[in-house]
Design a protein around this ligand. Structure first.
Ligand code: ATP
Ligand code: MG
Ligand code: FE
Length: 338
């Protein structure tokens, strides 16, 4: 089957055409980073207006680039949530209009299921598996007992990892999104400023990053007040090492406790070099197969939405045309029923 997928949950407009849940015929991504950079973060009103400006043309281009015709499409998939409501709405309306006009099924898709199933576009998933989801809005450990069935065993109690990265980067005067800058700085640093690790309760799979972020901000303020030069690299490295150690330790504990056959890394922060390296090393020494999508499929894109939508296609679990965008959509609730 051919699924045309649309993703507009945040600040990337993306349209993809996917065959059989696996083969990417095209995956167009238009990022708004340049627009939001001058505001230091995503401005929701501007994001939705830009989606409106690009979506129609991008759908036309995607179909053309994929070398298919609209009549050949089997279904239209769209990110239903979670995300910014104004941004989601643009994709949802475009997808509904197309599904109605072509008289084919609509598949409202979960954004985080998309991040997880980005792995399916390049790897074979084996169940049960555990996914470590690290993105701008989420930090979660998810168990997949079977295909398309999600159980969240841990989540952040405050900031998401990507959010913490962006706030730290902003305090270090890097432009939005700052995650990659902190990653680079940490990788180049020779010194490290030791920062605390938030383990929480011994048996908990939850995360907390706001204390760590506050420790970084406090160190920056202190240096400013005393007129000292701050070793940005050492601070970035201390921050990154704290984040990575907690993520890697909890993820591996979950893999063993759940008898998982694979660990999947996904979400925008999966692009972090330090995290990829540390996770790969731990997985190798503990003989856990690690799946990581290529960089282009870590950040927001519609191909991953098409891959997740394929699960619902297989069960003919389609979405009514009167569905609404869901800014806080439940991942577990989106699981396939069977
Ligand atoms: P969500 O998927 O939770 O709805 P989102 O879609 O906004 O949130 P993504 O696009 O998946 O988030 O990821 C973007 C985040 O990833 C940003 O916070 C960005 O700083 C972070 N990020 C990207 N590359 C890196 C990196 N190399 N190191 C750390 N963080 C990074
Ligand atoms: Mg984004
Ligand atoms: Fe995302």
């Amino acid at each position: 089957e051919l699924i045309l997928a649309v993703e507009t949950s945040c600040d990337e407009t993306s349209v993809a055409v996917i065959r059989g849940g696996k083969e990417i015929l095209c995956n167009l991504v238009s990022s708004q980073i340049e627009t939001h950079e001058k505001y230091g973060g995503v401005v929701p009103e501007i994001a939705s207006r830009q989606h409106v400006e690009s979506i129609t043309l991008m759908i036309e281009q995607a179909v053309q680039e994929a070398g298919v015709t609209l009549e050949e499409l089997s279904a239209i998939a769209v990110t239903q949530g979670p995300g910014l409501v104004g941004s989601l709405l643009v994709g949802v309306i475009a997808a509904k209009t197309l599904a109605m006009a072509l008289d084919i099924p609509l598949i409202g898709t979960h954004h985080i299921a998309g991040h997880i199933y980005a792995n399916q576009l390049v790897h074979e998933l084996v169940y049960p598996c555990v996914a470590l989801v690290v993105s701008g809005g989420h930090t979660e450990l998810v168990v997949l007992e079977r295909e398309g069935v999600f159980r969240i065993i841990g989540r952040t109690r405050d900031d998401a990892v990507g959010e913490a990265y962006d706030k730290v980067a902003r305090a270090l005067k890097f432009p939005y999104p700052g995650g990659p800058h902190v990653d680079r700085l940490a990788g180049e640093a020779e010194e490290e400023i030791e920062l605390p690790r938030a383990w929480l309760e011994p048996d908990s799979y939850d995360f907390s990053f706001s204390g760590l972020k506050s420790a970084v901000l406090a160190a920056i303020n202190q240096a400013n007040m005393k007129g000292l030069t701050l070793d940005k690299g050492a601070l970035a490295r201390g921050f990154q090492n704290s984040v990575i150690e907690v993520l890697v330790t909890k993820a591996l504990r979950a893999v063993h406790a759940e008898g998982a056959k694979q660990l999947l890394l996904c979400g925008g922060v999966a692009a972090n070099k330090g995290l990829r390296t540390a996770l790969a090393a731990r997985c190798e020494s503990e003989q856990v197969p690690l799946l990581v999508p290529p960089m282009s499929l870590c950040s927001d894109n519609a191909a991953m939405i098409g891959a997740a939508a394929h699960l619902k296609w297989k069960h003919a679990a389609f979405t009514s045309l009167d569905m609404k965008a869901e800014p806080s959509f439940s991942l577990e609730g989106w699981s396939v029923q069977s």
